[in-house]
Design a protein around this ligand. Structure first.
Ligand SMILES: Nc1ncnc2c1ncn2[C@@H]1O[C@H](COP(=O)(O)OP(=O)(O)OP(=O)(O)O)[C@@H](O)[C@H]1O
Ligand SMILES: [Mg+2]
Length: 456
C-alpha cells in the first residue's frame, strides 16, 4: 500500500509541505499543487491513486476539482479537507463523490488512517469489479452449448468482433442459434448496459414497417394519435437486431439503407433528424447473395449489412455436440417442469445423433422436452422415440461434392480412401460403413478384400 501516489492540493504552502512531508515519510509518492488548475494539469499528465484537496483554494475550490475528477477520472480516490466544524461541507463533499473527509486541523494519525482506508476500499472495489466481469463473461458464453471445431471458430469470431461497432450478418438454417448469438454479441460488447432491441422483419406488415423502424409523428397516418419513437430510437446506446432481414420488402430497403448510411432517422411525418446510436446485428436463414442475384434484395444494402458475416453450422454438421445439448435441455426441462430426468440411455443418444435435425437446435430442444414429459418417470427409453428418428441423414450425391482435379485422380486410391473413411466413421462397424457408401454388405466386403482392408 505504501507505493500509492498522492496529490496534495492546498494553497497554503506551509500546510502543504507539512502534509506532504508526513506522507513521504510513510512511503507514499507525493506530488503537490497549489490550486485547481495546477492539480488538473498534474492529473491529466499522470493520474495519482488519490487526491487530497483542501475545501478552499485560491483559484476555485475543492468541490469543483472533485466534480471535474468524477467526470474525467471516476476511479480516482478523493479525500476532502474541510474547515473545523463545517460538517455541512463534509456531507456535501461525500455526496459529490468524495471517498472520505478530514476536518482541519487534523492529526497525523487521522490523516494516515483516512488515506489508508480510502486506498484499500478503492482497490477492493476494483478487484470486485474485475472478478465479476470475468465471471459474467464466462457465464454469458456458457449459454451457447457446443465444442465442435465449427463452434470454437464461432466463439473466437464472436469474441473478436463483439466489442466493435461493426455490423454483423448472421446466417444459418432455422433454429441454429442466430438470436442466441446476436444476444451474446450484445452482452460481450461495451453496449451491454444499453438495450437489445429485436425487430422481426417477417412479422411486421409492409405498410407499418417504415413507422416501426423510423418512428412517426402524431397524425403521420390515420391512427397515429400520438408521436412514437421507432426501433432505431428505442435501441439508442445498444444493439438493434434485425431478424429475418431477408424478408424485408424491397420498398423498405432504401429507407433502412439510408438510416444506416447517414446515422440518423427522420420520423414519418416529421422533419427533425434524429441521430442514431446503434450497433446493427442482422440475421437471415435465406441465401442473401442469391436474393441479390435474383433482384429481391438490394446489393448496396447487402454489402452494408455483410461487413462481418458469421455462418452458424447446422446441427447435423456437428453431431458430436448432440450429447452435450441433450444434457443441457434435459437440465432445462427439469428446472422448468420440476421433473428429475435421468440421463438418456446410449442407444437413444445414438439414434439422436443419427437423425438429420432439419429444425436444428430448436427441434432438438423441443424433442428432449417432449421425450421427458411423455416418458415413464423421466426414464426415456427407445420405445419413446418417434418414428422419424429412425430415418438417417440423406446420402449425398458425389456430383455435388467431387470435381475431378485437372491432372486426374487414381480411381483405386479414391475408392480405398472412401472405404477407409467409412470404416473410421462407423468405428469399424462394417454393415454401418456399407450403408454410408450406399453399398450392399456383400459388395462392400468384396471391395474391402480387393484393397486388403478386410484384415482390420
Ligand atoms: N448452441 C446452442 N446452445 C444452446 N441452446 C441453443 C443453441 N443454439 C440454439 N439454441 C436454442 O435453440 C432455440 C433456437 O435458437 P434461436 O432462436 O437463436 O435460433 P434462430 O437461428 O434464430 O432460428 P430462426 O431462424 O428459426 O429464427 C433457442 O431456444 C436457443 O436458446
Ligand atoms: Mg431467430
Amino acid at each position: 500500500m505504501t507505493e500509492a501516489s498522492i496529490l496534495v492540493v492546498e494553497d497554503d504552502a506551509q500546510q502543504r509541505e507539512l502534509v506532504a512531508d508526513i506522507l513521504v515519510r510513510q512511503g507514499y509518492r507525493v506530488s503537490q499543487a497549489e490550486g485547481q488548475d495546477q492539480a488538473q494539469q498534474l492529473i491529466e499528465a499522470s493520474p495519482p491513486d488519490l487526491v487530497l484537496s483542501d475545501w478552499k483554494l485560491n483559484d476555485g475550490d475543492g468541490m469543483s476539482l472533485l466534480q471535474w475528477i468524477r467526470q474525467t477520472h471516476p476511479m480516482l480516490s478523493f479525500v476532502m479537507a474541510t474547515a473545523y466544524g463545517s460538517i455541512a461541507h463534509a456531507v456535501e463533499a461525500v455526496q459529490a463523490g468524495a471517498d472520505d473527509y478530514l476536518s482541519k486541523p487534523f492529526e497525523r494519525q487521522a490523516l494516515l488512517l483516512s488515506i489508508q482506508r480510502t486506498l484499500k476500499t478503492r482497490s477492493l472495489a476494483a478487484e470486485n469489479r474485475r472478478l465479476s466481469e470475468q465471471l459474467s463473461e464466462r457465464d454469458r458464453l456458457v449459454d451457447i452449448v457446443g465444442r465442435a471445431p465449427s463452434m470454437q471458430r464461432l466463439y473466437r469470431r464472436i469474441e473478436k468482433i463483439a466489442d466493435t461497432e461493426a455490423t454483423v450478418l448472421l446466417t444459418g438454417e432455422s433454429g441454429t442459434g442466430k438470436e442466441l448469438v446476436a444476444r451474446a454479441i450484445h452482452q460481450l460488447s461495451s453496449r451491454n448496459s444499453g438495450p437489445f432491441v429485436a425487430v422481426n422483419c417477417a412479422a411486421i406488415p409492409e405498410g407499418l414497417m417504415e413507422a416501426e423502424f423510423l418512428g412517426a409523428e402524431k397524425g403521420a397516418y390515420t391512427g397515429a394519435h400520438a408521436a412514437r419513437a421507432g426501433k432505431f430510437e428505442a435501441a439508442r446506446g445498444g444493439t438493434l437486431f434485425l431478424d429475418e432481414i431477408g424478408e424485408l420488402p424491397l420498398s423498405i430497403q432504401p429507407k433502412l439503407l439510408r438510416a444506416l448510411q447517414e446515422g440518423s432517422v427522420t420520423r414519418v411525418g416529421g422533419n427533425r433528424e434524429i441521430a442514431t446510436d446503434v450497433r446493427i446485428v442482422a440475421a437471415t436463414n435465406r441465401e442473401l447473395a442469391e436474393e441479390v442475384r435474383g433482384g429481391q434484395f438490394r446489393e448496396d444494402l447487402f454489402y452494408r449489412l455483410n461487413v462481418v458475416p458469421i455462418q452458424l453450422p447446422a446441427l447435423r454438421e456437428r453431431t458430436e455436440d448432440i450429447p452435450a445439448l441433450v444434457d443441457h435441455f434435459r437440465a432445462r426441462t427439469s428446472r422448468l417442469h420440476g421433473i428429475e430426468a435421468s440421463e438418456f440411455p446410449r442407444p437413444v443418444m445414438r439414434r439422436m445423433m443419427d437423425y438429420a435435425w432439419p429444425g436444428n437446435v430448436r427441434e432438438l430442444g423441443n424433442a428432449v422436452e417432449r421425450l421427458i414429459l411423455l416418458s415413464d418417470e423421466g426414464e426415456v427409453s427407445m420405445d419413446d422415440l418417434p418414428a422419424e428418428f429412425g430415418s438417417r441423414l440423406p446420402i449425398a450425391d458425389a456430383t455435388d461434392l467431387f470435381t475431378l482435379p485437372p491432372g486426374g485422380v487414381s480411381w483405386e486410391s479414391l475408392e480405398k480412401s472412401a472405404l477407409e473413411q467409412a470404416l473410421e466413421i462407423s468405428r469399424g462397424n462394417r454393415s454401418q460403413a456399407a450403408k454410408l457408401l450406399d453399398l450392399s454388405y456383400k459388395t462392400f466386403l468384396y471391395r474391402l478384400q480387393k484393397h486388403d482392408l478386410d484384415q482390420s
